[in-house]
Design a protein around this ligand. Structure first.
Ligand SMILES: Cc1cc2nc3c(=O)[nH]c(=O)nc-3n(C[C@H](O)[C@H](O)[C@H](O)COP(=O)(O)O)c2cc1C
Length: 230
């Protein structure tokens, strides 16, 4: 394949990754603690939305897709996000309950890559989070048939206006029910890789792999730590 001419010179677009290093001794036995520690460092460094992660899913025949979602909880059970249950991602997760997600923490020349099995959250967990969201976001979840084709922006705006009339925008207007098509997913990780960019492309890659099912549900379970070639 010949290289097309680009108006932007991407061949020379590179920087030196020299913000930090990552040694085995920098990590604890528990990948969740390490995740929280890096998360805090990115927050302190001023990264906007460090909880934004790129989520990859695939259908049963192997067709892949990816998009950004917001991490809403990271605990000993796994990594939680919320979404529309009829969306492309949810359809793929129903037919193939595995996912990968990447936290693109470029501000510190870092990424965290997670691979795991996926479980639908209980309605009780979904209710709790839904009602903690701003009221307009709750109505937005009702207004949008996420991932479906719509004729124009006016379709969702019209629906939203109708919902504001129906439910109101203040707490005094009463509780907004959780849409049946809205829910959350838990990624129970079996692999968590911490990647730190280094000069000359000699990056540090340290990967935790769950060596028992218990490791996925108990932060004192067994994880094997291995260094990967960059
Ligand atoms: C920073 C950012 C955060 C987002 N957070 C979410 C989220 O938490 N849940 C969600 O359903 N979509 C979120 N989106 C929108 C998704 O990227 C995507 O457009 C939507 O979920 C539909 O994806 P799908 O059609 O592949 O299922 C976010 C987008 C961005 C850029």
């Amino acid at each position: 394949m010949s290289t097309p001419t680009s108006s932007v010179n991407l061949h020379d677009a590179r920087i030196t990754y020299d913000r930090a290093s990552l040694a085995e001794s920098d990590l604890t036995d528990d990948p969740l603690t390490c995740f929280h520690s890096w998360f805090q460092e990115l927050t302190d460094a001023g990264l906007e939305e460090p909880n934004a992660m790129v989520l990859a899913t695939a259908d049963a025949s192997g067709v892949v897709s990816s998009r950004t979602v917001l991490l809403k909880e990271a605990n000993e059970h796994g990594f939680v996000f919320f979404t529309n249950l009829n969306s492309l991602k949810s359809q793929q997760l129903v037919s193939n309950p595995r996912a990968s997600c990447t936290f693109p923490w470029y501000l510190m020349h870092r990424q965290v890559n997670i691979i795991g099995d996926v479980h639908l959250l209980s309605r009780a967990d979904v209710e709790g989070y839904f009602h903690s969201r701003p009221r307009a976001s709750q109505l937005g979840a009702w207004a949008s048939e996420q991932s479906s084709v719509i004729a124009s922006r006016a379709v969702v705006e019209g629906r939203f206006d109708d919902l504001v009339k129906q439910y109101g925008l203040t707490e005094a207007d009463g509780t907004i029910p959780v849409p049946p098509h809205w829910g959350g997913w838990l990624i129970a990780p079996h692999s968590i890789e911490f990647w730190q960019g280094r000069p000359s492309r000699l990056h540090d890659r340290l990967r935790f792999t769950a060596t028992s099912a218990q490791a996925r549900t108990n932060d004192r379970g067994d994880w094997e730590l291995q260094r990967l070639a960059p």
